[in-house]
Design a protein around this ligand. Structure first.
Ligand code: K1U
Ligand code: ZN
Length: 167
């Protein structure tokens, strides 16, 4: 297995739109293993392939406290969105920034698993938030782009300062 480098905002590669996976192969499963290892090591509760510069529709998520409930989403599609809820989000591509975002509080998603089988899942709470956050990544959208332009400008300045100080 391998730890993969995570692209950091505002890298323009985070705005690429991911392509559907035509066939789930052994290469797809190897990529999923590497993505999961990278997510757990970060540590994070989700990772989209976009964040490791692979522009295919693949997401891994584990919101369990025991880190033993991995869910793989290949070609995910949101079928239903209900209600709205504000919650605090973070992002491995935007280190050290946590902001409140408004999203649907109940969703239904359809995707394929690592065997290529289609499944549907209803989710609420943190899992629903995380699924929407990761599908945004596949569409080239980073969570800070849900915020005002003023907040986005401040976040970019803060990240620039962070990078200067770690050089
Ligand atoms: O997409 C990503 O960068 C992963 C991101 C997922 C996410 C977090 C919170 C709300 C929505 C989506 C993260 O995992 S950020 C790190 C994080 O939240 C966390 C890290 C360690 C333990 C618990 C949470
Ligand atoms: Zn993210």
């Amino acid at each position: 297995m391998a730890l993969l480098p995570i692209i950091k905002y505002p890298d323009p590669r985070l705005h690429k739109v991911a392509k559907p996976v035509a066939a789930v192969t052994e290469n797809t499963r190897k990529l999923i293993r590497d993505m999961s290892e990278t997510m757990y090591a970060a540590p994070g509760i989700g990772l989209a392939a976009t964040q490791i510069d692979v522009h295919e529709q693949i997401v891994v998520i584990d919101v369990s406290e025991t880190h033993d409930d991995l869910i793989v989403f290949i070609n995910p599609v949101l079928l239903e969105l209900e209600g709205t809820e504000e919650s605090e989000e973070g992002c491995l591509s935007v280190p050290g920034i946590y902001e409140t975002v408004t999203r649907a509080n109940r969703i239904k998603v359809q995707a394929q698993n690592e065997s290529g089988e289609i499944f549907q899942l209803e989710a609420d709470g943190l899992l629903a938030v995380c699924i929407q956050h990761e599908i945004d990544h596949l569409h080239g959208k980073v969570f800070v782009e849900h915020l005002s332009h003023l907040k986005q400008t401040r976040i970019r300045a803060k990240l620039k300062k962070q990078r200067r100080e770690t050089l």
